[in-house]
Design a binder for this molecule. Structure first.
Ligand SMILES: [Zn+2]
Ligand SMILES: [Zn+2]
Length: 422
């Protein structure tokens, strides 16, 4: 058995340089959710070049890719997930591979795009892991499914009401080959300096929050700004709804018990100073910890919105997307820990729920049906590094590449040693 872990380490180290190169390339050419055309093409070509037995692309309603490699021996199917999408953020880092790309983003037209959530890293590490695993086929029991999903950060140019993972789990090829166990990593930036390569791994509730994302459309009736009583002003009504929604948590939820927040991230209305606005749109999210209040939270938003809309003689439409909480299978965590200790080292496995608690990821859709693990990989700078790491989703987000080897090793270890006694 010891030999297997030596193999994992060697094969992972062999693909490290390539992984860094892929990541820099993806970082320089980021693509928004459901528009990961270049990225998914590179992934599918790579999997085919490795001789992965089954490769499917254009999945999840857009750009998803699934590869399935068959091992030399019979056994279960294990799934590994990476997300591919970037964010509409203008990068300000000074790295030589910083993004200057733009892409179309719905009403907002052409926007700057940046891999500010590390999905370039997830994708590159899984491509590296796929190569290492293919090179270990002769000792592989069962199959490994590589899932590259689009749109983890949700909708792209249009509101599709469904994120990438939710669309991927409905794919026929996924349903037919559904893995027995799943593993995914997300980069972590709220970690101490010098912690690069730490893998935070906890049993049970991983990210503590679940989330309702919503899009709200308030319809009024236009008219001349000189006679606003003739029209029905969707802008004023939208403003009242925006404020009314602030009471959904503060006056309806026991926040000591259910840790909840409601934020509205966008508000658009109106075309011109002298035209009564006939449409207001908003997008927001409710994040909370008590799953039992799932329906209640949604109902309180609906009631608040509909009643305030009616008071202004407007009508309102709400569209919802649900993101479940991340829940790690305790038996899987117990099984993988001693194995990971042999590849990344016991001191790099961190059981600190606080460090992972704020995470929300639509990967939870895979774990609703399949026992799985969601772990994080610290990519924080070392004290001597020139570039400092900023939070994910920050225009100055920068990752410490020294962390990547532990990411690759973790993916490979999980896939190759699953079901094998330690
Ligand atoms: Zn993100
Ligand atoms: Zn992310």
């Amino acid at each position: 058995m010891e030999k297997l872990f030596e193999q994992i380490n060697r094969h992972s180290e062999e693909v490290l340089e390539k992984t860094i190169a892929w990541r820099r390339d993806f970082h320089q050419h980021p693509e928004l959710g459901n528009q990961e055309i270049r990225t998914s093409k590179i992934i599918a070509e790579h999997l085919r070049s490795l001789g992965v037995d089954e490769v499917y692309d254009h999945l999840g309603g857009s750009t998803g890719v699934i590869g399935i490699v068959h091992g030399a021996y019979d056994g279960p199917t294990v799934g590994l997930r990476a997300d591919m999408d970037a964010l509409p953020i203008k990068e300000i880092t000074k790295v030589p591979f910083a993004s200057t790309d733009t892409q179309h983003w719905g009403d907002q037209g052409e926007v700057p795009v940046m891999h500010a959530c590390g999905h370039d890293i997830h994708t590159a590490m899984l491509m590296g892991a796929a190569e290492a695993i293919c090179n270990m086929r002769n000792s592989l029991h069962g199959k490994v499914m590589f899932v590259f999903q689009p749109a983890e950060e949700h909708h792209a140019s249009d509101w599709v009401g469904k994120s990438g993972a939710a669309a991927m789990v409905e794919e026929e090829v996924y349903i037919q080959n559904r893995p027995e166990a799943f593993f995914a990593l997300h980069v972590e930036t709220d970690a101490p300096e010098g912690s690069a390569g730490d893998v935070v791994l906890v049993p049970g509730l991983a990210g503590g929050f679940c989330m309702w994302i919503f899009k709200l459309m308030i319809h009024g009736k236009g008219g001349h700004g000189a006679s606003p009583w003739v029209g029905t002003d969707a802008l004023v009504n939208g403003a009242e709804i925006l404020l009314g929604l602030q009471t959904v948590i503060s006056r309806n939820v026991d926040v000591y018990h259910n840790h909840a927040t409601l934020s509205i991230g966008t508000f658009h209305s109106g075309k011109k100073f002298n035209v009564v606005s006939d449409l207001t749109t908003m997008e927001g999210a409710i994040r909370f910890t008590d799953l039992e209040q799932k329906d209640y939270m949604k109902e309180r938003v609906e009631e608040t919105v509909n009643h305030i809309a009616a008071s202004g003689r407007c009508t309102a439409d709400l569209e919802w997307t649900w993101i479940p909480p991340l829940y790690n299978d305790a038996a899987l965590v117990a099984d993988i820990k001693p194995k990971l200790a042999k590849t990344i080292g016991a001191e790099k496995i961190i059981e600190d729920r606080e460090r992972i608690f704020k995470f929300l990821d639509d990967y939870a859709f895979f774990m609703e049906e399949t026992p799985g693990i969601y772990a994080t990989l610290s990519v924080v700078n070392d004290p001597t590094d020139h570039y400092k790491t900023h939070q994910i989703h920050d225009a100055d987000f920068h990752a410490n590449e020294k962390a990547f080897i532990n990411g690759i090793k973790s993916l490979v270890t999980f896939a190759v040693s699953y079901g094998i006694d330690k």
